[in-house]
Design a protein around this ligand. Structure first.
Ligand SMILES: O=P(O)(O)O[C@H]1O[C@H](CO)[C@@H](O)[C@H]1O
Ligand SMILES: Nc1nc2[nH]cnc2c(=O)[nH]1
Length: 426
C-alpha cells in the first residue's frame, strides 16, 4: 500500500501538513482529511548477488507513531541496521547497529581503511578522497621504521636509491630479479606495511627491500602501483615520498614499455631523456590538490627532470655491462590498461614519443617536486603496432615474457649503474 496518506503521520496532525497538505499544495481540505489517524504498513527488499545489492526497509504506523527498520549492505561487508520510530511530539529516533566485521579488499588496504579513514597526520588523511590525499594529509609524519616489521619474503622491482649514508631507491615492476641486485635485503610485503597500497598486477610482487647495491644503501620497490589498478596518482606515488622521507636522494625508475619509434626493437633499453605526461596534460596529476610545502613548491619545473649527464654515464655503464644499442628517447605514459590503437601509435609518433607505458611519469613528477634526482629507463618489451595490416597484438604475457628474458642484463646494468651514479655525485 503506498504511503499516500502522509509519510506515516495522521492527517490533521501538524505532521499531516508535511505529509499531505503542503505536498499537494492544497489547503488541507481533502477527501480523507477528517483528522482520523490512519494506519499503514509497507516494506521492500532487494537482494541481488550479481550486483551485491542487499538492502531492505519496512515501516508501519498505527496512525500516531511510525516504526520501522532498514538494512543496508555496506561496502566494507558489514550490514548497517537502523531501527527507528517517529511521532509528531518527539520527532525521529534511530538506533544504529552493525552486523559483521569490516573487511577491506587487499588492494584497498590503505586506500579505504587507511587513507580515507586514517588520522590526518598520516598519508592522505581525510583528504584522500578528494584525490589530493597524500599531498594534503601531512605525510611528513609518515615513516617506515624497519624495526616495526618482521622481514617477509622478496618481491619484484621498483626502487629508488640514494647515496652515501642515505638510500638510493630504484623502482620497477616486471623485472622480478632486479630485487636480487639488492644484497642482504630486509624485505617487507606491502600488505604487512600499515597503510601501504598493494600491487594487483601480475609481475609485481609487492615487496619493499632495504639493503645495498655495492656499497650504496638502497630501498627497492618490487612492484609499483598504477592508475589503472584504481589507485589515484597520489596513492601510486606515495612510495616516492616515503623514499624521500627515508633519506633517498636519487630515484632510479625502470619500466616495461612499448616501442613507438619504428627503429626500436624488442629487448632494447631506452634511457629516458624526456617524458610526455598525457594524464597530466589532461589535468590528472599526482600533485593536484593542496600542496604540502614540506615536500616542495606549488609549481614544479619539469624541463630539467632528466639529467643528460646521468644518461651519459648510464650509456657508458650500459656498454660496459654488454647492453647493445642503448637508445635514448621520450617516454609517454597513458592511463591504461588498454594498449594503443593504431591511430594512437601514429599520433604518438607525430608527437615525438619513442616509447609508451602506463607508469613512471607520475613517479618522476613527485620525485622532482620533492627534490629527488631521477634516472629512468625503459625495456622495450614490444613494438607498438602502427599498421592496420599487421597481425601482431601486444599482450601482458608477452610483456612479462620479454621482461623475464631480459632481467638478467637489467640486473647487471643496475648493479653497476647505482654504485657509479652514487660515486659520480651527479
Ligand atoms: O610500466 P610498468 O609498470 O613497467 O609496466 C608496463 O607494463 C604493463 C603493461 O603490460 C603496464 O603496467 C605498463 O605500464
Ligand atoms: N601503453 C603501453 N604500455 C606498455 N607497457 C609495455 N608495453 C606497452 C605498450 O605497448 N603500451
Amino acid at each position: 500500500e503506498p504511503p499516500s496518506s502522509g509519510y506515516g503521520t495522521p492527517l490533521g496532525s501538524p505532521l499531516g501538513n508535511y505529509g499531505n497538505q503542503n505536498y499537494e499544495g492544497g489547503n488541507g481540505h481533502h477527501d480523507n482529511d477528517h483528522g482520523e489517524p490512519k494506519s499503514y504498513e509497507f516494506g521492500y527488499q532487494v537482494k541481488d548477488e550479481y550486483t551485491g545489492n542487499n538492502y531492505n526497509r519496512k515501516e508501519a504506523s498505527d496512525g500516531n507513531q511510525v516504526r520501522g527498520e532498514y538494512r543496508v549492505q555496506l561496502p566494507d561487508g558489514r550490514t548497517q541496521i537502523v531501527t527507528y520510530y517517529a511521532d509528531w511530539q518527539t520527532g525521529f529516533h534511530a538506533d544504529v547497529k552493525y552486523e559483521g566485521t569490516a573487511q577491506y579488499p587487499e588492494q584497498y588496504n590503505n586506500y579505504q581503511g587507511g587513507y580515507n579513514n586514517g588520522p590526518s597526520g598520516q598519508y592522505g588523511g581525510s583528504n584522500y578522497a578528494q584525490n589530493n590525499g597524500y599531498n594534503g594529509g601531512g605525510s611528513a609524519t609518515s615513516s617506515v621504521s624497519i624495526k616495526d616489521y618482521s622481514s617477509g619474503s622478496g618481491g619484484q622491482y621498483n626502487s629508488g636509491y640514494n647515496s652515501g649514508s642515505n638510500y638510493d631507491s630504484y623502482s620497477g615492476n616486471n623485472f622480478g630479479s632486479l630485487g636480487d641486485a639488492v644484497t642482504n635485503a630486509t624485505k617487507f610485503d606491502y600488505k604487512d606495511i600499515p597503510n601501504f597500497p598493494v600491487s594487483t598486477v601480475m609481475g609485481h610482487a609487492g615487496r619493499l627491500l632495504f639493503g645495498h647495491i655495492g656499497s650504496t644503501p638502497v630501498v627497492c620497490m618490487q612492484g609499483r602501483f598504477h592508475f589503472y589498478e584504481g589507485y589515484s596518482l597520489s596513492a601510486c606515488t606515495m612510495p616516492v615520498r616515503l623514499m624521500k622521507l627515508l633519506g633517498v636522494t636519487t630515484l632510479v625508475v625502470s619500466n616495461a614499455a612499448g616501442g613507438i619509434n619504428p627503429s626500436y626493437r624488442t629487448g632494447q633499453i631506452m634511457l629516458i631523456k624526456d617524458q610526455i605526461n598525457f594524464l597530466g596534460l589532461a589535468g590528472v596529476n599526482p600533485l593536484r590538490g593542496h600542496n604540502d610545502e614540506r615536500f616542495g613548491d606549488r609549481f614544479v619545473a619539469m624541463n630539467d627532470v632528466f639529467d643528460p649527464e646521468i644518461n651519459k654515464l648510464a650509456k657508458s655503464v650500459g656498454e660496459m655491462t654488454g647492453l647493445k644499442e642503448i637508445q635514448e628517447g621520450v617516454y609517454a605514459s597513458v592511463g591504461g590498461p588498454t594498449y594503443e590503437t593504431v591511430a594512437e601509435v601514429n599520433l604518438m609518433r607525430v608527437l615525438g614519443v619513442d616509447a609508451v607505458g602506463m607508469s613512471t611519469v607520475h613517479e618522476t613528477v613527485v620525485a622532482k617536486h620533492c627534490g629527488l634526482k631521477v634516472f629512468a629507463f625503459s625495456l622495450i618489451t614490444n613494438e607498438c603496432v602502427a599498421s592496420y595490416s599487421s597481425k601482431e597484438t601486444p599482450d601482458g604475457e608477452e610483456v612479462l615474457q620479454v621482461a623475464k628474458e631480459n632481467e638478467g642484463k637489467l640486473k647487471g646494468f643496475v648493479e653497476k649503474m647505482i654504485p657509479h651514479l652514487a660515486k659520480s655525485k651527479l
